[in-house]
Structure formats: C-alpha cells, structure tokens
Design a protein around this ligand. Structure first.
Ligand code: DAT
Ligand code: MG
Length: 147
C-alpha cells in the first residue's frame, strides 16, 4: 500500500492543530503507520529541504522548521500521496481553497502548517529520513473493506 510522509510544522503544533490534522486524515479513511513529536536538527532540516537550497527563502525555511517541535507522521492508503497534497491545499495559503488544511488554517506561505511529500520518490526519501523501519507499523483494519 502507498505511503506518504506528512508533518505538522512548528506553527501547527503551537496552534494546537495536531489533533485536527490527524482527524482529517483518519476520517478520510487513511491509516496512520507511524508518528512522533520531535525537534528537527539543523542538519535534518537542510537535508529534508535540500531541493530548495538555492532558493532565497532557504535560510528562513530552515530556521522556521527548527523553531519548535514538529509532529512527523507516515500515512498509508490508496493514492495517499496525491490525495494528502489535495487535502493540504496549495503551498501559499492565500491560493489554497477553503476546506483544505492550509486554506482553513494558514495565512502566509512561510507558516503554512503542514508538509506533505509531493511524489513517490520524495515520499520514500522523506520516510527514510525521519523514521526507522521499526518505528513503522503495518496492520489491517477490519473497516478497510468499507473505504
Ligand atoms: P510544499 O510545502 O507545498 O511542497 P514547496 O516544496 O515548494 O511547497 O516549498 C517548501 C516550503 O517552503 C513551503 O511549504 C513553504 C516554503 N516556501 C515555498 N515558497 C516560498 C516563498 N516564495 N517564500 C517563502 N517561503 C516559501
Ligand atoms: Mg515540497
């Protein structure tokens, strides 16, 4: 089954949105495969956001993602990578539709509440970066045939 890496960013943790965000993915019908509250190191932040190294906002991005605890998660389900991106909304909350997480809870691009992998390749890379194999659980829910 497809897996993705999702993370409530420091602004989402500070604004008490962990539960709300977990609830949205649970109610959708996806399964949580792993989760932890953690403080990201500078090194992990630079690695995670490596693709943006040359962008003018890279320094701010690394400072922001290390500014407080994050809630890192792995979610599993059919087409979960693309569907989670849709549920998050556009990168800039000003462009994100109402009903999406960023559309409902965020205002600025630099504080947009949630991260989600954007492709199968980035999902694999980011899951491996944040989680060990033994931190992930694979299980069957009896309700899965109704989803
Ligand atoms: P996404 O998080 O939707 O995958 P991205 O990978 O393009 O977006 O950028 C990573 C993060 O960098 C994004 O969530 C917020 C920040 N960011 C993107 N564009 C920015 C900009 N123009 N100014 C400031 N921060 C930006
Ligand atoms: Mg991205």
């Amino acid at each position: 089954m497809e897996k993705t890496f999702l993370m409530v960013k420091p602004d989402g943790v500070q604004r008490n949105l962990i539960g709300e965000i977990v609830t949205r993915f649970e109610k959708k019908g996806f399964s949580l495969a792993g989760a932890k509250l953690m403080q990201i190191s500078d090194e992990l932040a630079q690695n995670h956001y490596g693709e943006h190294k040359e962008r003018p906002f890279f320094g701010e991005l690394v400072d922001f993602i290390t500014s407080g605890p994050v809630f890192a998660m792995v979610w599993e389900g059919e087409n979960v990578i693309a569907t989670a991106r849709n549920m998050m909304g556009k990168t800039n909350p000003a462009d994100a539709a109402s009903g999406t997480i960023r559309g409902d809870y965020a205002v600025q691009v630099g504080q947009n509440i949630i991260h989600g992998s954007d492709s199968p390749e980035s999902a694999e890379r980011e899951i491996a970066l944040f989680f060990n194999e033994e931190e992930l659980v694979s299980y069957e829910k009896t309700i899965s045939k109704w989803i």
